[in-house]
Design a protein around this ligand. Structure first.
Ligand code: HDE
Length: 687
């Protein structure tokens, strides 16, 4: 039989065949890891063209062995993440409160690497489950790396690190069945929560729209734990760290989250990557809530309790600088996956508090990197290396990248007088007096589990409250064990009777709440409007995406005017047509589309426009994707601009609602853009 296998490698360069050396700029020859040039990257070594593969093929074995080991253990939490490079620049010197050098000089930019993540799902899970988002920033300062490993929610589920494995076991996929992936709507999570009232404040946040953000670029970030800032004189203040997005905050609706998860599982990752690639760099202001011991003592909660927040109305946030993310990673694995954040990575001038959650975190992250990255030398990986000089006498270990010289690998030594030595400029732990009896107990000051949950629920807007009720209903409806639902209803009643009874009604369980006796009944503390997600930032279209659906016979001039107006707002227009090849305008000229309608449902956009002529209107009316495009945009309370689609609007039962604007002819685009800037047209919501 004829041997069909090519004997020599193809003369054509294989597609995507850029060599390792080209990619890293070192040359153009494909080699083994030992530098041996490779003559054939298409065929393994065989005994005859159709014969068995020979064990001798060291090139095949090296390539396959490396491939077999390409994956490392994913993070036990926060496995799914997206990241970017950028810089941080202070607005002013903060030397009066901290000796951290990166906060001292407004002329100095410090490189940063920020990673955003979901918590519960695996690395390949979708971007939009209901979940807390990680917000971790590595500052490569001249005094060493400072990692601020925060979340997009200012409080946490638990008060003591010893409960973290229990919390995570309960939320991750259930041990026997291996589902659900990336979701808290299941028995074990709600069982744990219903038995841990300290988690209830966080639950209010996790059930709010904060847990389904529109974009990673539109999230607030929080350090959560209380830290200390220490100045050169050794004086300290407590600090809570905050990030505020310049684009403002935005969230999707739950029905959108469900649909986006199918239409584009990488919705957030793509959004971050594309924005940066297009030069629309996301920015956040960095803020401090500073307080002294006296202020801390005056609160009726404990600042060491991570289930509590300090309302901004009581301690305002002082903005101290800005972070700009302006460069995508070159390689996802080498950077986003291998980056190792540790709350213990601090710089002089930043110190810890005694928050028992933070204290546990100081141990956990270093430990987890050892199993995840496999070596105590993980700090030598390019993404983790400090960008300032670093030297010590730690030696050897798996994958040692350094080649330390000489014999002086101990200290004191008189052999290498130029070797690394300690310095008075080094890190000093703030001399906080500590005394006490060794005990395992929860301080009395941690006992109030309901007041701030109530404060949060009552402080947010009616829309947010409604969404919390709906989220709780969705989640608890997925809980099979009725006793767990009843227990949760009991807790919700304590937070706010209207919340408890609404959820009970929605579940069809009116009057079935278990009577829970709170350790401490909640107090009616002052509300904090700053906790709202909506109406807090100035309306803007900046950084948003508007879907413009075009169908045959559309008015090209109107389309151009619309696209230009969208660009002027700092937003992006995505042109959609039934077929990706494009649609013909009223003059019969074909215009290419950015995406096909089947892959561009309206859930992917912040506002939509539909432009067609009579033929296009007919096509759209008979296309279920087009009908859902409009119906969904209406249901999701989006600003809608319409031109030439009377029959589509009739089919989709849309028209005359607030925020639905006819454009073209006598109408300008102003009204549409005005609605779009406001985010959602809440007036349209039906109860
Ligand atoms: Fe984490 N957390 N965590 N966490 N966490 C991890 O470290 C842990 C907590 C947060 O993008 C792990 O490198 C304990 C609070 C983020 O790489 C692990 C406790 C907050 C990330 C770990 C907490 C966070 C992590 C897993 C309770 C908000 C992702 C992989 C005491 C302030 C960082 C890793 C990234 C990751 C432990 C609670 C934020 C296992 C023990 C509170 C953003 O070490």
């Amino acid at each position: 039989m004829r041997d069909k296998t090519p004997k020599h490698h193809s003369p054509e360069t294989p597609k995507g065949g850029e060599t390792h050396q080209q990619a890293s700029g070192k040359g153009s020859v494909l080699t083994t890891n030992q530098g041996l040039p490779i003559s054939d990257n298409q065929n393994s070594l065989k005994g005859g063209g159709r014969g068995p593969t020979l064990l001798e093929d060291f090139i095949l074995r090296e390539k396959i062995t490396h491939f077999d080991h390409e994956r490392i253990p994913e993070r036990i939490v926060h496995a799914r993440g997206s990241a970017a490079h950028g810089y941080f620049q202070p607005y002013k010197s903060m030397a009066h409160v901290t000796s951290a050098a990166f906060l001292a000089d407004p002329a100095v930019r410090t490189p940063v690497f920020a990673r955003f993540s979901t918590v519960a799902g695996g690395a390949g899970s979708v971007d939009l489950p209901r979940d807390v988002r990680g917000f971790a920033v590595k500052f490569y300062t001249q005094q060493g790396n400072f990692d601020l490993v925060g979340n997009n929610i200012p409080v946490f589920f638990i008060q003591d690190a010893i409960k973290f494995p229990d919390l995570i076991h309960s939320v991750k996929m259930e041990a026997d069945r291996g589902y659900p992936q990336a979701g808290s709507a299941h028995d074990t999570f709600w069982d744990f929560i219903s038995l841990m009232p300290e988690s209830l404040h966080m639950i209010m946040w996790a059930m709010s729209d904060r847990a389904i953000p529109r974009s990673l670029r539109m999230m607030e970030g929080f350090g959560v734990n209380t830290f200390r800032l220490v100045n050169a004189a050794g004086e300290f203040k407590f600090v809570k760290f905050h990030w505020r997005p310049i684009l403002g905050t935005a969230a999707v609706m739950w029905d959108e989250a469900v649909k986006i998860s199918g239409a584009d599982p990488d919705f957030h990752r793509r959004d971050l990557y594309e924005s940066i690639a297009k030069g629309n760099y996301p920015e956040w202001e960095f803020g401090f809530q500073l307080l002294d011991q006296k202020m801390a003592d005056d609160f009726d909660f404990d600042i060491l309790d991570a289930t509590k927040l300090i309302p901004e109305e009581i301690v305002p946030i002082e903005m101290v600088g800005k972070m700009v993310l302006d460069r995508n990673p070159d390689n996802f694995f080498a950077e986003t996956e291998q980056v190792a954040f540790c709350p213990s990575h601090v710089v002089p001038g930043i110190d810890f508090s005694e928050d028992p959650l933070l204290q546990g975190r100081l141990f956990s992250y270093l430990d987890t990197q050892l199993s995840r990255l496999g070596s105590p030398n993980f700090h030598e990986l390019p993404i983790n290396r400090p960008k300032c000089p670093f030297a010590n006498l730690q030696r050897d270990g798996h994958m040692q990248m350094e080649v330390p010289k000489g014999r002086g690998n101990y200290e004191p030594n008189s052999i290498d007088l130029h070797g690394p030595r300690e310095t008075s400029r080094g890190f000093h732990t703030a001399p906080i007096p500590v005394e006490g009896t060794k005990v395992r107990l929860r301080a009395e000051s941690f006992a109030d589990h309901y007041s701030q949950a109530r404060m949060f629920f009552r402080s947010v807007t009616p829309q947010e409250q409604k969404h919390i009720v709906k989220a709780l209903t969705f989640e608890l409806s997925k809980v099979d064990i009725v006793e767990i639902r009843k227990r949760m209803l009991g807790h919700l009643d304590i937070i706010d009777t209207s919340l408890g009874s609404k959820v009970a009604d929605e579940l069809g369980m009116t009057g079935q709440a278990e009577k829970i006796t709170a350790g401490l009944m909640p107090k009616d503390v002052a509300l904090s409007p700053a906790l709202r997600l909506y109406g807090k930032y100035a309306p803007t279209l900046k950084g948003r995406k508007i879907g413009v659906l075009l169908a045959a016979g559309f008015d090209d001039k109107l389309k151009d005017a619309l696209v230009a107006a969208i660009a002027k707002e700092g937003a992006a227009a995505a042109l959609i047509s039934v077929k990706v090849g494009g649609a013909e305008d009223s003059a019969g000229l074909k215009h290419p589309a950015d995406m096909a309608l089947s892959g561009g449902p309206s859930v992917m956009f912040d506002a939509v426009a539909i432009l067609a002529g009579p033929a296009g209107d007919k096509t759209l009316t008979s296309n279920p994707d087009a009908v859902s495009f409009l119906m969904d945009a209406n249901r999701h309370l989006k600003a809608i601009a319409l031109s030439g689609v009377p029959s589509l609007t009739a089919k989709a039962h849309v028209g005359g609602e607030v925020g639905v604007t006819e454009i073209g002819k006598s109408h300008d685009l102003g009204a549409f853009l005005e609605f779009a800037r406001n985010g959602r047209v809440w007036e349209r919501a039906s109860d």
